[in-house]
Design a protein around this ligand. Structure first.
Ligand code: EPU
Length: 344
């Protein structure tokens, strides 16, 4: 494994912004990982672990330590008694796993089609869409525990999965470096009702909900996403840039008298989730192109921020401030950003 110096991080973030990493290593094995962590320790450097960069935004000053790009690859598969088990390297692309499992006839993660990112990143924020989440299929996560200095195996229960959360992005943030994930798939059938977006798509494509196949569901989700979201191959973005805000029932009833069009969804803890995309749209900012910063909100989904011609992360932060300020003024809600800004 080579440790590179002064590597531009813009090429490693899907927002395509940010300065240089002082040091950069591509890790392809557990030995590479130990070697790179030794290098960081011996040189008194911080490290940052990177998947495919769809949730990381680097500052213009870059990163003064070592960026560790996880590229541990490979998938081991066994199938018995109508159950598929896959052990997959952290560096593999998540969507390839969705493709593989749906083509083998399993529905478990069909709704997670086309979610960007790597397998190692999926458990961290417990990726989810249309009622499915990766924690439904995770059996164990293998990781290096930086606080104990050993490789460990963590059971599903011990990952402490919640909605878009796990111990890896909360209580034990930065403690574990995920090297591989074992998943089990067993859903050969799926029963309606589906989310309305999906039902509408199936109806307009004359696909019977009751006889749909995993491949058809994957295709439907992929097409729905393709219409709403920019293609990461063509357009720089981090997907959802803002989190959907939560408000109490009291706050919601006040807001909805003023703005009866506001959509909401009740969460398990009794709060209401509003939709950042709708709030931004109601401010007239859907498909808003800002000439000064070169940033825009996406024309078909306002919570996606895209980099059209920005020159720096500073441009992005300026643009974010414009959106946050206008939404705050209209609704009294402060939008929070979803991708992580990596500390220098
Ligand atoms: N809406 C608007 N205007 C917009 C966007 C949305 O009014 O510009 C309304 C929609 O009409 C809908 C509601 O807001 O009633 C929710 O929209 P949508 O179904 O698109 O979902 P979302 O909550 O905006 C989340 C994820 C997406 C994921 C979809 C589908 C977050 C922050 N985002 O978006 O994830 O694709 O659900 O499951 O939870 C991503 O991770 O990059 C991403 C795009």
């Amino acid at each position: 494994m080579k440790i590179l110096e002064n590597v531009s991080l813009a090429q490693y973030s899907t927002m395509r912004l940010g300065g240089n990493a002082r040091y950069f290593a591509e890790v392809k094995s557990n030995d590479d990982l130990l070697g790179s962590l030794d290098f960081a320790k011996n040189n008194g450097l911080n490290f940052h672990v990177l998947g495919s960069g769809s949730n990381s935004i680097f500052q213009d000053t870059g990163f003064s330590g070592l960026v560790i790009a996880m590229r541990t690859m490979g998938a081991k598969e066994t199938e018995a008694n109508n159950e598929l088990q896959l052990t997959v390297g952290a560096g593999e692309i998540w969507d390839d796993i969705v493709k593989l499992s749906t083509h083998k006839g399993y529905f478990d993660v069909a709704s997670l089609s086309l979610i960007p990112g790597t397998v190692g990143a999926a458990p961290v924020q417990n990726i989810g869409a249309y009622g499915q989440q990766v924690s439904d299929v995770i059996d164990t996560v293998r990781a290096y525990d930086t606080s104990k200095g050993i490789f460990v195996e963590i059971s599903n229960k011990d990952c402490e999965f919640k909605y878009r959360k796990s111990r890896f992005n909360t209580t034990d943030k930065k403690r574990f470096i995920i090297t591989s994930v074992t998943m089990r798939f067993c859903r050969k059938n799926i029963a309606p009702p589906f989310y309305s977006d999906i039902t509408n798509y199936l109806q307009s494509h004359h696909i019977d909900e009751r006889t749909i196949t995993p491949i058809q569901l994957r295709e439907a989700i992929s097409n729905i996403r393709a219409v709403k979201l920019p293609d990461p191959a063509d357009i720089a973005s981090c997907g959802s840039f803002f989190k959907n805000p939560l408000v109490s029932e009291a706050e919601y009833s006040q807001l909805s008298t003023q703005f009866p069009e506001l959509k909401s969804h009740k969460t398990d803890d009794g709060n209401l989730k509003l939709y950042a995309g709708q709030l931004i749209e109601l401010c007239g900012l859907k498909g808003f192109h800002d000439q000064e910063t070169g940033m825009a909100t996406w024309k078909n989904q306002a919570l996606v921020v895209v980099n059209e011609s920005a020159k720096s992360t500073n441009d992005l932060l300026k643009f974010k401030k414009i959106i946050v300020t206008i939404v705050q003024k209209k609704f009294g809600i402060t939008l929070e950003q979803e991708p992580e800004i990596i500390a220098v």
